[in-house]
Write a protein that binds this ligand. Sequence first.
Ligand SMILES: [Zn+2]
Length: 121
Amino acid sequence: MKKFSTLFDASVFASSKCSYWKFSTSDDYYDKISLPEIAKVHDQESIADEDSYYVVADSGAIGFCEDEDTDIDWLFLVRDNLDESLPLTYVAKTVNKFCSNCGRAVKSDARFCTDCGSKLG
Ligand SMILES: [Zn+2]
């Protein structure tokens, strides 16, 4: 799974993996050409929150994580793979930082320890 800061970047990457998506909460379908266009408009309209991010699954499905939350809200599902089991949380692949206070392993881009809440350097 890869992480992106804008829906446009996520959609461009997803386009390299599949060609048709279905919007998760409706029956709208999007193809390789229309999805990045929609994403661009979406990015312009939505106020960018730097703590929120988009993720792209290996299948090309696109999800959204709000405010550093690791719960994934899957927005676009791959049309030919609608019953795939997508993860509900985003887990960073590499853990290479540790909390200086309690020693817990934290994500490399985390700003606060998820265990004790200490600010991370
Ligand atoms: Zn800690």
